[in-house]
Ligand binder design. Structure first.
Ligand code: ADP
Ligand code: MG
Length: 711
C-alpha cells in the first residue's frame, strides 16, 4: 500500500478493517460474517476463551497432567482403524529432544490429513498422559496451530493466547494476527470516558490498557480469572458497556419523573368499593400489598410506570381491573392491552359483567367487524363515551384517538415487549402505565429491559391451590399419558391438549392437531365431546367454543398455542402438551398454569420425542422438577441465552459486545448503582469531569434521539 504514512495520520476507529495489515478484500468479507467491519468492531470483539501456552516445554520435559505447549515436527501421521467401526488419528511428533505420540479420537479425517502432515511444524497445546498399555507418554486431543516461518511465533506460543469465535475460511491464527495489528495500531486512539472517581474506586485500567490486556494478556495474568471474565481488563470493558446502558435508563426514568406530568388520581373511590363487594373472594395479602403500591404511584404527579410480575394464576386480573376502575373513578378513559386478539377478547368477556353491574361503558377494539362498526367504536372512544377500552397492543399504535386516556394496563403475559412510551408521548399522552407479566423475568433482564421502571411482585397464590403434578412421557409412552387424561374426563373433569403450531410449518402442524382431535373423538373418548380450536377460526367461532368449554359443554379442547394465556376454567384438570420440546420453558410454565385453578388436583403431561439434545432434556426436566416460575425463567435464560429466551428480535435487549447478562450480573448491578447515582448528582452531565462521558453516550446512542434529548 502506498501512502501508509498519510493513512496513519488520519487514523480513526471507524476505519474499515479491509485496510488493516493482513486483511484485504477477501478476509474483509469473512470478517463481515462475524459482524466485524470497522476497527472499533474489532477492538471490542473480545476473546471468549484463552489458552495458557506460557509453559513451553521440550518433548522430553513433558510431565503427565500438566498443561503445556511444545513445538514439534510431524514425522508421520494418519488415520488408523481400530476395531471394526472406530478410527483414530495418530501422529508421531519430534523435536530436538525426542519423540511423542499424539492422538485424536474424534476428528474430521479430511481436515486432519490436510493439517497434520509429515514434515510440518506445529505448536501443540495440551496435557500429556500415560498410555494405558504402558507405552510411555502421549498427548490426547491437543490444540494445534501451524507454525509459520514468519515472526508470528510470539502470538502463538509462550504466552496466554486469545481464542476468538471465528468463521469458516478464516483461521483463528489469521484472526489473531489481525487483532494484534488492530490493537497495536489503534489502542491509543481509544479515549477514556469513565469518570476518574469510578476508575479509582474500582482500580480499573484505562480503556486502552484494558483492550490491550483483554486481547493479549501478559504471561502473569491469571487464566482462571480471564476465563471467568473477571480479569480487571475485562471487568472494566464490561462495566463501561453496562454503565452507558444503565445511564440511558437512569435518564429515562428521571425524565419521566421530572418532566412528564401525569394526572394524580384520587384512589379507593366509590367504584372500587362497589367492585370489591361484587367480588366473590377476599383479596390475598399480596394483592392488597401490590394494590397499595399501585395506589401510591397513582396519587403522585408523575405518571406511574410500574412492572407487575406475578406467576400464572397469582390473580393479576383483579389487580388490573381495580387500576382501570380507579382511572374511571377519576373521569379518565382507561385501556387494557393484550398481546393477542383472543386474549383481548377473553379479558373483555371477564371484565364485561363487572362493568355492566357498575354501569361503566366498555368496548373491545379488534381487527374484525365491519368498517361501520369499527368507526362507531372509534368515535365513541374519541368522544369519551367509552370508559374502558380493551384491545391488542396495536391500540396505541393505530390511529385511535382517545378523549382522555389516563391509564393503560399492558398484559404482556410471556412476551417481553417494551412499551413504546414514545408512541404515547407523541400523541401528547402521559397516562399511568401498569405492565403485567406472568413470565418471571430474571433479574439481569429486568434490570436492562425494564430498568427504567418500578417493579412490584405478586408473590402469593389465592388460597386452596393444589400444586400441579408434571410428568414427562417420551413418544413410546404416549398411550400412558392419554390414559391418564381419559381417566380425568371420565370422572367429569375437562382437559386441554396443546399442539405446537409454528408459522413455517403451519399446515403440517395444523394437520397434526386435527389428527389428535379426531383420534380422541372417534377412538379414545367417543362418548365425550372433543373440539379443536386454532387461530385460523373466525373470532365469533372461537368465542363460541371458549364459552362452551367454560360451560362444560366441551370435555377436551384440542388447541394450537392460542389458548396459552388467559383462560380460566376451574374444572379443567389436565393439560397434555404434544411435542413439549418445541416450546420454550416459560411458555410451558404458562400453559401449565391453565390447570390447577379449581379445587381438584391437576396434572400436566408433557409428551416429547426421543430425539432430544442434552439442552432439550435439561429444559424439560427443569419444568418437571420446579414449580417456581423464577427458577424456571433463570434456567431457561441460562440454557437458551437472552436472544432466544425472549423469543423476539425486537425484544429491546441491547446488543452487548463485552458484557453477558447471565455471567456478569454483579457488574450489571454495580454499574446500575453508579449510573443512577451519577444521574442523581449531575442530571445534565454538566460537570467538566463528565463531558467525555456525555460524548460517549451520544456517540453510542446518538441515533436513539428520543432517549438522549434529556441531556
Ligand atoms: P393471572 O395472574 O394468571 O392473570 P388470574 O387473574 O386469571 O391470574 O387469576 C387466577 C384465578 O384466581 C381466577 O380464577 C381468579 O378469579 C382467581 N382469584 C384471583 N384472586 C383471587 C383471590 N384473592 N381469592 C381467590 N381466587 C382468586
Ligand atoms: Mg392473566
Amino acid at each position: 500500500m502506498s501512502g501508509k504514512s498519510t493513512a496513519a495520520k488520519n487514523k480513526s476507529l471507524d476505519d474499515p478493517l479491509q485496510f488493516i495489515k493482513g486483511v484485504g478484500p477477501k478476509r474483509a468479507e469473512l470478517l463481515k460474517k462475524i459482524n466485524l467491519e470497522t476497527v472499533s468492531d474489532a477492538l471490542f470483539y473480545l476473546p471468549f476463551r484463552y489458552e495458557d501456552r506460557t509453559q513451553v516445554k521440550k518433548i522430553t520435559e513433558l510431565v503427565p497432567g500438566e498443561m503445556v505447549s511444545f513445538l514439534g515436527k510431524v514425522v508421520d501421521a494418519g488415520a488408523i482403524r481400530i476395531g471394526r467401526r472406530r478410527k483414530i488419528f495418530e501422529a508421531l511428533v519430534q523435536d530436538d529432544s525426542g519423540f511423542v505420540r499424539v492422538k485424536w479420537f474424534q476428528f474430521n479425517e479430511a481436515y486432519m490429513t490436510e493439517k497434520i502432515k509429515a514434515g510440518r511444524k506445529l505448536i501443540f497445546s495440551g496435557k500429556a498422559t500415560h498410555n494405558k498399555r504402558g507405552g510411555g507418554l502421549e498427548v490426547i486431543h491437543p490444540n494445534t496451530e501451524i507454525q509459520s516461518d514468519e515472526s508470528s511465533e510470539s502470538l502463538e506460543i509462550g504466552r496466554i493466547v486469545p481464542v476468538y469465535h471465528s468463521t469458516e475460511g478464516l483461521h483463528l491464527k489469521s484472526l489473531r494476527t489481525i487483532m494484534k495489528n488492530v490493537v497495536d495500531d489503534y489502542k491509543n486512539l481509544v479515549d477514556e470516558f469513565l469518570p476518574e472517581k469510578i476508575i479509582r474506586r474500582y482500580k480499573f485500567p484505562t480503556r486502552s490498557k484494558a483492550l490491550q490486556r483483554a486481547h493479549f494478556p501478559p504471561s502473569d495474568a491469571s487464566t482462571k480469572l480471564l476465563e471467568k471474565f473477571q480479569d480487571p481488563s475485562q471487568a472494566r470493558l464490561i462495566f463501561e458497556e453496562f454503565f452507558l446502558l444503565q445511564l440511558t435508563l437512569a435518564f429515562k426514568k428521571r425524565h419521566q419523573e421530572v418532566e412528564e406530568r401525569g394526572q394524580p388520581f384520587k384512589t379507593r373511590g366509590e367504584t372500587i368499593r362497589k367492585f370489591l363487594k361484587l367480588l366473590k373472594f377476599d383479596l390475598t395479602q399480596a394483592q392488597k400489598r401490590v394494590l397499595g403500591e399501585i395506589m401510591s404511584y397513582l396519587e403522585r404527579n408523575e405518571p406511574m410506570n410500574l412492572l407487575l410480575q406475578g406467576d400464572v394464576g397469582s390473580g393479576k386480573t383483579v389487580v388490573a381491573l381495580i387500576a382501570l376502575l380507579t382511572g374511571v373513578d377519576n373521569d379518565c378513559q382507561t385501556a387494557l392491552m393484550a398481546p393477542t386478539e383472543l386474549l383481548a377478547e377473553q379479558h373483555f368477556l371477564s371484565i364485561h359483567p363487572f362493568c355492566e353491574a357498575l354501569n361503566i361503558t366498555i368496548a373491545l377494539v379488534t381487527s374484525s367487524g365491519t368498517a361501520n362498526e369499527k368507526s362507531l367504536i372509534h368515535s365513541s372512544i374519541a368522544k369519551g363515551t367509552t370508559q374502558i377500552i380493551v384491545g391488542t397492543h396495536a391500540l396505541i399504535q393505530k390511529k385511535i384517538e382517545f378523549s382522555k386516556l389516563g391509564l393503560i394496563v399492558v398484559d404482556e403475559q410471556h412476551r417481553f415487549g417494551v412499551l413504546q412510551r414514545d408512541a404515547l408521548s407523541r400523541k401528547g399522552l402521559t397516562p399511568h402505565v401498569l405492565i403485567m407479566t406472568a413470565t418471571p423475568i430474571p433479574r439481569s433482564l429486568a434490570l436492562t429491559l425494564y430498568g427504567d421502571m418500578n417493579v412490584s411482585f405478586l408473590d402469593e397464590f389465592p388460597p386452596g391451590r393444589i400444586p400441579i403434578e408434571t410428568k414427562l412421557f417420551y413418544e413410546d409412552a404416549r398411550n400412558t399419558a392419554y390414559t391418564l387424561l381419559e381417566k380425568e374426563i371420565k370422572e367429569g373433569r375437562q382437559a386441554y391438549v396443546v399442539c405446537p403450531l409454528i408459522e413455517e410449518s403451519e399446515s403440517i402442524d395444523l394437520k397434526a392437531a386435527i389428527d389428535v382431535s379426531d383420534e380422541l373423538q372417534t377412538k379414545r373418548l367417543p362418548n365425550f365431546k372433543t373440539q379443536l380450536i386454532h387461530g385460523k377460526l373466525k373470532k365469533e367461532e372461537r368465542q363460541k367454543i371458549m364459552a362452551e368449554f367454560k360451560n362444560g359443554g366441551i370435555d377436551v379442547l384440542v388447541a394450537t398455542t392460542v389458548i396459552e394465556v388467559g383462560i380460566d376454567v376451574p374444572n379443567a384438570t389436565v393439560m397434555l402438551i404434544e411435542h413439549a420440546e418445541r416450546f420454550g420453558l416459560a411458555q410451558l410454565h404458562q400453559l401449565r398454569g391453565r390447570v390447577g385453578r379449581g379445587k381438584y388436583a391437576s396434572k400436566c403431561l408433557l409428551i416429547s420425542s426421543h430425539a432430544l439434545t442434552d439442552d432439550g432434556k435439561a429444559r424439560l426436566n427443569a419444568i418437571v422438577k420446579s414449580r417456581d416460575g423464577f427458577s424456571i425463567a433463570e434456567e431457561d435464560l441460562r440454557i437458551r441465552g437472552p436472544g432466544d429466551f425472549t423469543g423476539t428480535r425486537q425484544s429491546g435487549i441491547p446488543l452487548l459486545r463485552a458484557g453477558n447478562l447471565l455471567r456478569d450480573i454483579k457488574l450489571l448491578e454495580l454499574s446500575r448503582r453508579e449510573a443512577f447515582d451519577l444521574v442523581e448528582k449531575d442530571p445534565q452531565l454538566e460537570a467538566p469531569e463528565h463531558i467525555k462521558l456525555k460524548d460517549a453516550l451520544h456517540h453510542t446512542f446518538g441515533n436513539q434521539a428520543n432517549l438522549m434529548k434529556v441531556i
